[in-house]
Design a protein around this ligand. Structure first.
Ligand code: ADP
Ligand code: MG
Length: 155
């Protein structure tokens, strides 16, 4: 797939959240974001910023034990999904209903449900550089580049 991409280095959890919140302001119904990164990279931190940017006041934590958590009080519904503990056939969980639903999907451990993911997703990769620094890469389909990436900055 052809993509546009942008990358940043953040120097604190707050900067990562601020970047995510700025991205959130540009999201539309139907957007599917995937979040990849090692344990402690900052996936949950990024998710918290994204939720804040959507106007969700509820604290966001990892949906690992529930697979999917829904948040409805923001500008657009947020479906926070985590495929880490996935067992059995993915279709039993009705992923498609979420991917085609009325909200934004934020998927952790997306590689486990790779072939269920729609085309045209927003791929976020977080890499730890040192204790307080993270490299954050966002890849989007080229037709989303202007809407999602143009002028997007950490602060
Ligand atoms: P994950 O969900 O990927 O396992 P978390 O978001 O739970 O990661 O944890 C990231 C940890 O790294 C938190 O303790 C956070 O405070 C810390 N941290 C330090 N610097 C940053 C940064 N620049 N961006 C995000 N998190 C950071
Ligand atoms: Mg986490």
């Amino acid at each position: 797939m052809c993509t546009s991409q942008a990358e940043w280095v953040t120097h604190s959890p707050e900067e990562t959240k601020a970047l995510a919140a700025r991205l959130a302001a540009r999201l539309c119904v139907g957007d599917v974001l995937t979040l990849e990164g090692d344990l402690g990279a900052g996936k949950t931190t990024f998710s918290q910023g994204l939720a804040r940017g959507l106007g969700i006041a509820d604290p966001i934590d990892s949906p690992t034990f529930t697979l999917i958590k829904e948040y409805h009080e923001g500008r657009i519904p947020l479906y926070h999904m985590d495929a880490y503990r996935l067992e059995g056939e993915p279709e039993e969980l009705g992923w498609d209903e979420y991917f085609e639903g009325a909200g934004i999907c934020l998927v952790e451990w997306a590689s486990r449900i790779e072939h269920w993911l729609p085309e045209g997703r927003i791929a976020i990769l977080i890499r730890r550089l040192d204790e307080n620094s993270r490299h954050i890469q966002v890849r989007v389909p080229p037709e989303f580049g202007e809407r999602l990436l143009k002028g997007l900055s950490v602060t």
